[in-house]
Design a protein around this ligand. Structure first.
Ligand code: HEM
Length: 488
């Protein structure tokens, strides 16, 4: 098809400042600088295309626009032009076929003030590349994706079951139980230890993470994303995002100091120890990307990304199962048949549990907890397409029943598990989620452990349970709920 000339983010940012004042200039600039951007809805001065979308449901509106403008179009987020890519084909073409070029991280105003381009999630360039490489190899050394970590997850699942049993079949909100369980796995890797489910400080941190994830996905968060320069000065809950990050960083700083005092290079306990050693090794290298600053940001990144994602997937998943008792029933049947009541579920079981596997994939597709991905940019002027990446696991060309929860999306006629590359819950390419293998283990072991031990009991008629998200922005936030767990 048509080739497009996309300038790098640097060029885009220059234009950004100028277009804020006047549309004609925008058009002039677009003509000159962005003359080959894909077509899209006509923007207004300053607000861009925001009058054409529902801020509360940005992702839904963006999807609808792709019905009119196709899988790739230009959308003005306030005064910033963004190219929206949606659908499996174009995403694959960008993230996989042009992986290097599309590995840049887009502007993310909500976190910019805190991250300052340091760390992994919001970093770019050589700094991002070295920190990412270092994190992956260090986490692998501590067992990520291996048997040793699987044992840790199984152990944590037993702690979780013990906490659940304490609810004695009474209604409760599972949010913090699930956050504790998920977080404890990344904590083991990063801080060398797990925390008790009653540890006040730990619960405060989980609350900070949970609140920030919600804030970044709220209308306030969207407004900050769209009008960063103004919203930074407007009072409102969105300003807590920065403050909460500072509090998380303060906790991480304390942990780093604890590690520093007891550091022993012959016995590395965790990610922080390894980073401290790396700092020592690189202290005479003026170009090093390893500094106190990047250590703090990278650690917060891992702690945050490793906590909220897994726990909100499980929280959303349980709600979906409350809505679909017939699916829960089949899961119990498969768990009882393959694992039985007397031993813990393990990863080896998965290949013999196609139904469970399909349900987990369908939960990830339907819950779609990072609905727009995290914004990307191109790393150099490139003859191609776009900027922001709303990944679209609702692509109707890839799933027969895209708007319903339907595990058969991942099953063939004979009930065998069927992979579908169009599900990109962890994104793809050079920026692919670095915790993917860890997350998959956690989701499988936690969910099967829960259903091995308990029946889920909703507090209302399943048909009345609304499984659409409460809000949707960076994340899809499931509606808050209570339910009961009855021992089997
Ligand atoms: C169900 C669980 C999870 C989901 C759905 C998920 C999803 C994602 C997505 C969509 C991205 C953005 C990729 C992109 O920019 O294209 C991402 C990035 C990332 N994830 Fe995850 N994630 C999960 C669990 C985890 C865990 C357990 C960790 C902890 C190790 C983790 C660490 C990260 C990091 C560090 C990045 C940034 C990568 C980069 O920018 O280079 N994630 N994740």
């Amino acid at each position: 098809g048509q080739t497009l000339h996309l300038p790098t983010n640097g060029a885009l940012n220059i234009v950004l400042v100028l277009v804020a004042s006047c549309l004609l200039f925008l058009l002039a600039c677009r003509k000159k600088k962005f003359k080959n951007l894909p077509p899209g809805p006509t923007p207004l001065p300053f607000i861009g295309n925001m009058h054409q979308v529902d801020v509360k449901e940005l992702i839904k509106s963006l999807r609808e626009l792709s019905g009119t403008y196709g899988p790739m179009y230009t959308f003005h987020l306030g005064s910033r032009p963004c190219v929206v890519l949606s659908g499996y084909k174009v995403l694959k073409e960008a993230l996989i076929d042009k992986a290097e070029e599309f590995s840049g991280r887009g502007d993310f105003p909500a976190v910019q003030m805190w991250s300052n381009g340091n760390g992994i999630v919001y970093g770019t360039g050589e700094r991002w590349r070295s920190l990412r490489r270092f994190a992956i190899s260090t986490l692998k050394n501590f067992g990520m994706g291996k048997r040793s970590l699987e044992e840790r997850i199984k152990e944590e699942a037993q702690f979780l079951m013990a906490e659940f049993r304490k609810t004695q079949g009474k209604p409760f909100d599972p949010t913090f139980f699930l956050s504790c369980a998920g977080s404890n796995i990344i904590c083991t890797l990063v801080f060398g230890d797990r925390f008790e489910y009653t540890d006040k400080k730990f619960l405060t941190l989980l609350d900070l993470i949970n609140s920030n994830w919600k804030l970044m996905s709220s209308t306030w968060g969207q407004l900050l994303f769209t009008f960063p320069k103004i919203m930074r000065h407007v009072p409102g809950p969105h300003r807590l995002i920065y403050k909460n990050y500072l509090k998380l960083a303060e906790f991480v700083r304390e942990r780093i100091e604890m590690n520093r005092e007891t550091l022993d290079s012959n016995h590395m306990r965790d990610f922080i120890d390894c980073f401290l050693i790396k700092l020592q090794q690189e202290k005479n290298n003026p170009d090093s990307h390893f500094s106190e600053e990047t250590m703090s940001k990278t650690t917060v990144n891992l702690f945050f990304a490793g906590t909220e994602t897994v726990s909100s997937t499980l929280r959303y998943g349980l709600r979906i199962l409350l809505r679909h008792p017939e699916v829960e029933e089949k899961l119990h049947e498969e768990i009882d048949r393959v694992i039985g009541p007397n031993r813990s579920p393990c990863m080896e079981d998965r290949s013999r549990m196609p139904y469970t596997d399909a349900v987990l994939h369908e939960i990830q597709r339907y819950a779609d907890i990072v609905p727009m991905g995290v914004p990307h940019t191109v790393t150099r002027d490139i003859e191609f397409r776009g900027y922001t990446l709303p990944k679209v696991p609702f692509d109707p060309t890839q799933f027969k029943n895209p708007n319903s929860f339907d595990p058969t999306h991942f099953l063939d006629e004979n009930g065998r598990f069927r992979k579908n590359d169009a599900l990109m819950a962890f994104s793809a390419g050079k920026r692919v989620c670095l915790g993917e293998s860890l997350a998959i283990m956690e989701l499988f072991i936690f969910l099967t452990s829960i259903l091995q031990s308990f029946n889920l009991k909703p507090l209302m008629d399943p048909k009345d349970i609304d499984i659409t998200p409460e809000s949707s922005g960076l994340g899809n936030i499931p509606r808050p709920y209570q339910f009961c767990l009855l021992p089997r």
